[in-house]
Design a binder for this molecule. Structure first.
Ligand code: VAH
Length: 308
């Protein structure tokens, strides 16, 4: 039985729905600190859970015969910079709670997302390699890098089958993003549809690795379904689909909404974005478990505007 922690977040909602489709509704227990997301209501079991309460989590894992945990609860980059110690505490302790329970209860598998945010200004910016200089400059990135080290440690030392992906910025319409730097690429669609204009908090040529949520969900499940013998990376795999700038996504939207206009007012998130890669090399994921993206900017833009 699968437990999804953070099931009401941007990734959690769609991952929970996809897992329920694959494994059966009653086999996927969704949980979050918040009350149940509307899209999850009636699709399967839901419990309120504070992942920081290790004892409560441990009892829940035993009582519900949990064999896999997907841990998606985290404070993201922009929010994290407003309260660094809280972000560090939540992002790290939640992972340590899950890893230690996975070890004690011999869980089959654990999934925990990392991010392109582990890279910083000293990492190669183009086609950032799987193995390279990693000097994160945000607390979110520091916690994700430290988390990767802990995942690798629990795998090598205790044999916990924990798997992870360095997600790019994720774009979706089913559930709102939560305080990220890449959220402009979600907001722009809603603003374009409602107001035909958008003021971007990142400058026009800020290139960032991005991915449409259906690709990210499929990558997550393909990674978790892969035979353990194929997994050569136990920190977190680079994962890539496309890169674009606010100027480019605005031009793509204009093909559908001709009188859409964009303006630029960079804020504190510009500095965060400037330290992240422009593009990622995800050869290792393609080699190890056959990763291949399906959505590019044009296909994503059409699908987003069709559904918003
Ligand atoms: C953020 N969306 O902006 C998240 C993600 C790569 C970006 O980690 O913080």
């Amino acid at each position: 039985k699968i437990l999804v922690i953070g099931a009401c977040g941007q990734i959690g909602v769609e991952l929970t729905l996809a897992l329920r489709k694959m494994y059966g509704e009653s086999n996927v227990l969704a949980s979050d600190l918040r009350e149940e997301h509307d899209l999850l209501k009636g699709t399967g079991p839901y419990v309120s859970l504070d992942v920081m309460n290790k004892e409560m989590l441990h009892v829940l894992v035993i009582r519900h015969n949990i064999t896999q945990i997907y841990l998606l609860a985290a404070i993201l980059s922009a929010t994290g910079e407003k309260n660094p110690l809280l972000a560090w505490h939540i992002n790290m302790q939640s992972l340590l709670n899950v890893l230690d329970i996975a070890k004690e209860e011999h869980l089959d598998k654990v999934y925990w997302p990392s991010s392109i945010a582990v890279f910083g200004p000293n990492s190669p910016m183009q086609e950032t390699p799987q193995h390279t200089i990693i000097e994160p400059t945000t607390i979110y990135g520091i916690s994700k890098f430290a988390g990767e080290r802990w995942c690798e440690y629990y795998n090598h030392r205790y044999g916990v089958d924990v798997r992870s992906l360095r997600y790019p910025g994720l774009i979706s319409y089913k559930s709102a993003p939560g305080g990220g730097t890449t959220d402009y690429a979600v907001e722009i669609f809603h603003e374009a549809k409602e107001n035909k204009k958008y003021t971007s908090f990142l400058s026009e040529n800020t290139y960032l690795p991005m991915m449409y949520m259906p690709d990210a969900i499929r990558a997550t499940i393909e990674l978790m379904e892969a035979d353990a013998s194929k997994i050569s990376i136990r920190s977190a795999y680079n994962l890539s689909a496309m890169s674009f700038s606010p100027k480019e996504i605005a031009a793509e939207i204009k093909k559908h909404i001709p009188d859409f206009t964009i303006s630029y007012e960079p804020d504190y998130r510009q500095q965060i974005a400037d330290g992240w890669p422009n593009s990622m090399d995800d050869t290792q994921a393609r080699t190890d478990w056959g990763w291949k993206p399906e959505y590019d900017l044009a296909k994503m833009t059409k699908d987003m505007l069709d559904h918003i």
